[in-house]
Design a protein around this ligand. Structure first.
Ligand code: NI
Length: 288
């Protein structure tokens, strides 16, 4: 599948780059980089926070505990009602992913998702996190997964290792400052990465199996049709919530896929909490 070649949305008018990547390349990179997991700079940084970061680390731990239900007292049950776990090996799951926000249309999207009890994954850009912190806080509070999509959306394959780490690290800090949680997933802009980029983080790199090309087709009906035509159980669908046409397409996507029996889960949920190191095309899970 020519994911890398045909999926390079221009970000804020950014330059287009044309290096095609194949699935074979992606697999090779995943295999050759397996040993670098323990040396991931971003993980090392979070393992030993500087003194000033202790309070945020604690609040991060509290947030994680609260998310898992560990801190929910019985009296809180009426307020905090965790969703039952979805077993994507047994039911049809799809992961809707939204890149490049948060933005002015994200709140509307959150309302649409809530109406269908749908969870999604947002790969946010650090520069937009500081512009729309309250939107990101509401996104995280609604139970959606937040992923790191770099600070300023560069092609990471053109940066030095230090600059790649800075792009990811600065974004991690911005997201944690707002939500209390460090993202567990990374999506490289344009889906572009190489072995050097891969070595700069031990976290899963999440690409997609369905590309709506919504940055090109600024037409809600087209965006919805492209998603609905290609979706399979286990699909990871790429959208961009910075486009109002995309957000307006979502109610139709949610309604039609609900009719077909799909559940809307986060990327981590799609993989039972443990995404592989490279998610570029979620194989249909075994249906029992
Ligand atoms: Ni992007």
């Amino acid at each position: 599948m020519d994911i890398g070649a045909r999926s390079r949305p221009p970000f804020l008018g950014g330059a287009r780059r044309g290096t095609a990547r194949t699935v074979a390349t992606a697999v090779l990179v995943a295999m050759t980089c397996g040993a670098s997991t323990l040396a991931a700079p971003s993980q090392a940084a979070h393992a030993a926070p500087p003194p000033g970061a202790v309070s945020s680390a604690v609040s991060s731990a509290v947030s994680r505990a609260a998310a898992s239900g560990a801190l929910a007292a019985p009296d809180d049950r009426t307020k905090v009602r965790p969703r039952p776990r979805v077993d994507c090996r047994r039911v049809k799951c799809v992961a809707l992913t939204f890149d490049d926000g948060p933005g002015p249309y994200t709140d509307t999207l959150l309302a649409y998702l809530a109406a269908y009890h749908a969870q999604a994954t947002f790969f946010v850009v650090g520069g937009n996190v500081v512009t729309y912190p309250r939107v990101l806080r509401r996104t995280a509070a609604a139970g959606h997964e937040i992923g790191n999509h770099t600070w300023s959306h560069p092609d990471l394959t053109r940066l030095s290792p230090a600059r790649v780490r800075a792009q990811l690290g600065r974004t991690d800090q911005a997201i944690e400052a707002v939500t209390g949680v460090v993202p567990r997933l990374v999506r490289p802009p344009y889906g572009a990465f190489n072995a050097t980029v891969r070595r700069q983080t031990g976290r899963p790199m999440v690409l997609w199996s369905v590309d709506t090309l919504d940055w090109r087709y600024r037409n809600s009906a087209t965006v919805a049709r492209r998603a609905l035509r290609a979706v399979r159980p286990g699909s990871v669908i790429l959208f961009h919530d910075i486009h109002p046409t995309t957000v307006r397409a979502i109610p139709r996507v949610l309604r039609k896929l609900t009719e077909r029996g799909y559940r809307f889960v986060t990327v981590s949920e799609l993989f039972g909490g443990h995404p592989p190191r490279l998610v570029f095309n979620a194989a249909p899970p075994e249906l029992h």
